[in-house]
Ligand binder design. Sequence first.
Ligand code: UDP
Ligand code: MG
Length: 306
Amino acid sequence: MKLSVIVPCYNEQETIPLFLAEMAKVEAQLPLEVEYLFINDGSKDQTLNVLREAHQQNERVHYLSFSRNFGKESALYAGLQKATGDYVTVMDADLQDPPAMLVEMYQKIQDPEVDCVGTRRVTRKGEPPIRSAFAKLFYKIVNKIGQVEMVDGARDFRLMTRQMVDSILELTEYNRFTKGLFVWVGFNTIYLEYENVERVAGETSWSFLGLLSYSVDGIVNFSDAPLKIATWIGSLSCVVAMISLLFIVIRTLLCGDPVAGWPSMISIMLLLGGIQLLCLGIIGKYIGKIFLETKKRPIYVIREEA
Ligand code: UDP
Ligand code: MG
């Protein structure tokens, strides 16, 4: 039996050797042949050279190098496509996904009822509090309005059977939110819990704004609720407008028409204008997704492969 380890890498020159060293220890405890598939996602540092060298030293280390940075989601898709193992795992290069957990994950996946063993961070220590707070909020929203249930703190780090990987590969959409796709395909997933580990070296490539837009993608890709909410806001403001119109007509008939209310009118105009733009923005977001989807561009472009 063979295990494919998929590792997306963006500027990970320092972490790759540490990762391989750590994995070598784990390999000895696994009754599996292990193949590595590193995806160099347009790194600007020496990542590609480090990978070339690793491939020279160990023929079970393979790599794909993209022609530019396509993002982690594209790298994961490329890795899943190229993986040949009976089991497939997805890991970060920075050792935030503890390789030692693979041993227990492998034991758990031996149960024929289990198709996937995922991992879940139960703490977020070492992370800026604001980032954790927004992450919590994201899971609350997406689980309320989304079509899939995403587990709070679940990582992409997971061990999957070939059957599950094949199902994920059938989802060929361009706008990929892999966390959601893992859940969408179904299958029986169990989660192992662990405490957050900080990056061994290098820096995170996620800025706060980047994460914010990633979470908007997560919501838009898995839910049409924002469109419904826009409809509801529109309907609600129509009802309020009709009631206030009625009120104004009756008041004018009863009390005459002293010209007043300039500031309130401006505020109302601004509010309605704002609501309209907001709803247009929401619709625009979906149209943007459709636009990208209909172009049917490849999800990644490979420049070098070994
Ligand atoms: N990554 C990638 N392409 C990108 C950004 C990140 O392949 O555009 C990889 C990165 O090398 C790492 C993993 O995705 O292996 C997770 O990234 P990072 O550690 O920066 O994110 P964090 O753990 O802080 O969420
Ligand atoms: Mg990381």
